[in-house]
Ligand binder design. Structure first.
Ligand SMILES: O=C(O)CCC(=O)C(=O)O
Length: 287
């Protein structure tokens, strides 16, 4: 029985052996499947295409580097001037973000100060900058709003956020102003500088009913003769609008000071002007 059964089983097995044609087909099938897996592993090493949907549009993206973004950022802007390089960003921040920053700053306001040049005295600089202000860093803002705004400024300028000074939150009441000045420090006037301000980003936190424009009196080389009085409100004037941003560069690409970046704040005529200024430098900042 045993041998019969074994014989019987043997004969069943031999009947089920695949034909050489089936074996060949199976071999080719194996090659195709193995080839497919090998090629998909190789293609994994090439940049993967990512999808990002922004404002209803679909974008096909590249694989970002370690420090990059895996989505598209859309920050609408208008070039206001090439001399100086000035860019306007409508609706950069929400009204709620602006209001929170004002509430954070208001209890801590002090009269605004100025960097002194050799020979300047409190008396000689009186009246140049009459606003109140406070420095606030993104780290000390527990709401995270300044952090979000700072990140957006870094994307808009492509200047790393650790090059920015803390936000200077300013309030101008009726009659208050900032006479025309440069944000960069000319070594001829201020002495040797360890680092220099490259650009300034102003985020307007309030609407202003009258006056309070940020002015660039030398825009496109106008008014640059000696007759300009530094408190004359003229040239390119940017009206503050709550949530809007203004970026301008104080330095040319070759790192020298752009003389047309002279700017100031016209006196407020009606209402209150609130603005958050971020100065961005050529060196990393510690604060
Ligand atoms: O308040 C403004 O519009 C200008 C502010 C300004 O010039 C500055 O903070 O350097």
């Amino acid at each position: 029985m045993k041998s019969k059964s074994a014989k019987g089983n043997w004969s069943m097995t031999t009947r089920k052996l695949p034909s050489p044609a089936v074996l060949l087909l199976s071999f080719f099938f194996f090659l195709v499947v193995a080839g497919f897996f090998a090629s998909s592993r190789l293609s994994d090493q090439r940049p993967r295409r990512l999808e990002s949907i922004n404002e209803g549009r679909e974008y096909s993206l590249l694989n970002p580097g370690e420090t990059g973004d895996d989505s598209v950022t859309s920050i609408p802007f208008q070039v206001l001037s090439w001399r100086p390089r000035a860019v306007y960003f409508p609706n950069f921040a929400t009204p709620e973000q602006c209001q929170s920053v004002i509430e954070m700053a208001e209890p801590r306001l002090r009269p605004s100060t100025l960097a002194l040049r050799p020979g300047d005295t409190e008396e000689s600089i009186k009246g140049i900058r009459t606003s109140s202000g406070v420095f606030l860093s993104a780290e000390e803002d527990k709401t995270g709003i300044l952090d979000v705004i700072e990140g957006k400024i870094a994307r808009a300028t492509m200047l790393p956020r650790n090059h920015g000074e803390a936000f200077n939150i300013l309030r101008y009441e009726v009659g208050q102003l900032y006479k025309s000045h440069y944000d960069a420090f000319s070594p001829a006037e201020y002495g040797p500088q360890k680092s220099q301000r490259v650009a300034s980003f102003l985020l307007y936190l309030s609407n202003v009913e009258g006056g309070g424009e940020t002015m660039f009196p030398f825009e496109n080389g106008f008014n640059m003769d000696a007759s300009y009085d530094f408190q004359d409100c003229m040239g390119l004037k940017v009206k503050p609008r709550k949530g809007d941003g203004l970026l301008f560069y104080s330095l040319f690409p070759n790192a020298t000071i752009d003389p047309t970046s002279l700017h100031g704040s016209c006196p407020v005529i009606k209402g209150v002007k609130w603005v958050a200024t971020k100065w961005i430098r050529d060196q990393e900042q510690d604060d």
